[in-house]
Design a protein around this ligand. Structure first.
Ligand code: PA5
Ligand code: NI
Length: 188
């Protein structure tokens, strides 16, 4: 393993891990994710802002090894729904993940693939969230500042975006009376 994979420096401002490549997701990349499609199209006509970026370190592959990524999710809403990540299952379904909140205030929407059970778990500074295997996960920023977090996962986890792209999550996280609330997605 290369020495610069043994020690990596990050900054909360750039949310970049060393010089690792960064994946950027803009509003247009999130078509189909938000519940209020009219609000999405209206926002897109105003511009195509950066919603989040993820920088990952993959020191080694193979059984027992770990990868990790630093994410920064901007604050904002589409309609009443908070800015969110696409969300995914792990290609290797049993793979779990640990999220460590580094800055800001948000939550993780967890949905069990087998039962569809949904849970909203706070993710903020000084908090750790355990994402079990077989669980679709999406991050939402419910605060006014960027949400910064580290996700640590088995090197063989992989990202499977297809199920969420097809069916989305069963619930949406909206602001109601100034507070985050989990509500069932309305059928189209
Ligand atoms: O591995 C993870 O779960 C995270 O690093 C996510 O990839 C990150 O939050 C971005 O979300 P998504 O991959 O669903 O776009
Ligand atoms: Ni993941």
């Amino acid at each position: 393993i290369a020495r610069d994979d043994l020690f990596v420096h990050y900054t909360l401002e750039s949310a970049r891990l060393g010089n690792r490549p960064m994946v950027e997701r803009r509003l247009a990349d999130l078509r189909g994710c938000f519940a209020d499609e009219a609000a999405f199209e209206a926002a897109l006509r105003q511009g195509n802002p950066l919603l989040y970026s993820v920088s990952s370190v993959e020191p080694a592959a193979g059984d027992g090894q770990l990868h990790y990524g630093l994410g920064i999710l901007q604050p904002g809403k589409i309609g009443a729904e908070y800015y969110l990540t696409k969300g995914h299952l792990h290609a290797h379904r049993p793979a779990a993940e640990i999220y460590v909140g580094l800055a800001g205030e948000g939550a993780m929407l967890l949905e069990d693939e087998a039962t569809g059970e949904s849970r909203l778990v706070p993710l903020r500074t000084h908090s750790v969230v355990y994402v079990p295997g077989h669980t679709a996960h999406r991050t939402v920023n419910t605060g006014a500042a960027p949400l910064v977090y580290l996700g640590i996962y088995p090197s063989n986890a992989g990202h499977d975006y297809a199920p969420v792209a097809k069916n989305n999550f069963r619930h949406v996280v909206i602001e109601r009376d100034g507070k985050p609330m989990l509500v069932p997605r309305e059928k189209k």
